[in-house]
Design a protein around this ligand. Structure first.
Ligand code: NI
Length: 225
């Protein structure tokens, strides 16, 4: 399931992040790529231990923890500290799949169940740079307003189209979910949304308690910690 998470950060905050990032020293993005993706990758990145990456990354993770749709859709166990990249002057990232396991520097390893891209540049400010994601339903082209994020199964092949004008700055990272399978997570999200709708429309309906119980019992059955 591919899902848009709107307003992870406000447009003003995204502009602040971008201004700070534009002033930072970027390095070749191939430094964090695996063997296959290094061949396809042509972009810039902030070094993983750069103080600005750490500071903004912490703010993004804190914002996500307050975002109900992110929490329902990802059911996160561990979030990789957000990284930052920049594409300009025709740079692109050819079709690849993200590494299955990533070590958090100085921390545990995570299984990458979900990939996330938080857009920090408004679409009007650059040409190209679409994130193209292939899944069982076909090919999706994603280019979101600054502050919005796309969350998609890390099993998907994906690429970033060449940025032909301007610069595209984003944050990207991975999530290990308590619920490993994308189909299971999708069912839980759909059930959660339906329970919330029913609760809003008819809070005393006995089905609310029953369905809430089903939701939690499915998590109990499927969750890995
Ligand atoms: Ni990727």
């Amino acid at each position: 399931m591919l899902i848009q998470i709107e307003d992870v950060v406000s447009p003003e905050e995204a502009a602040q992040y971008r201004a700070a990032l534009e002033a930072a020293e970027w390095v070749d993005g191939r430094t964090t790529a695996g063997y296959q993706s290094a061949l396809a990758k042509d972009n810039q990145q902030l070094p993983t231990d750069h103080p600005l990456a750490v500071q903004l990354g912490d703010r993004i993770v804190a914002a996500l923890e307050r975002h109900p749709l992110f929490m329902s859709a990802a059911l996160p166990l561990k979030v990789f500290p957000p990284l930052f990249n920049r594409y300009h002057g025709g740079q692109s990232f050819g079709t690849h799949v993200d590494n299955a396991i990533r070590g958090i520097p100085g921390g545990p390893r995570i299984r990458t169940d979900l990939s996330a891209t938080l857009f920090l540049t408004n679409p009007a400010e650059y040409e190209g740079g679409e994130l193209i994601i292939e899944d069982t339903y076909g090919t999706h082209s994603v280019k979101l307003p600054a502050g919005h994020m796309v969350l998609y199964p890390a099993t998907s092949l994906h690429r970033v189209e060449p940025v032909r004008r301007g610069a595209r700055v984003s944050s990207f990272f991975w999530i290990q979910s308590m619920i490993r399978g994308d189909q299971h997570r999708s069912l839980l999200l759909e059930l959660d949304m339906a329970v919330q709708r029913l609760t809003a429309e008819s809070p005393r309906h006995p089905a609310v308690v029953s369905l809430t119980g089903v939701y939690h019992n499915l998590i109990r059955m499927w969750a890995e910690m």
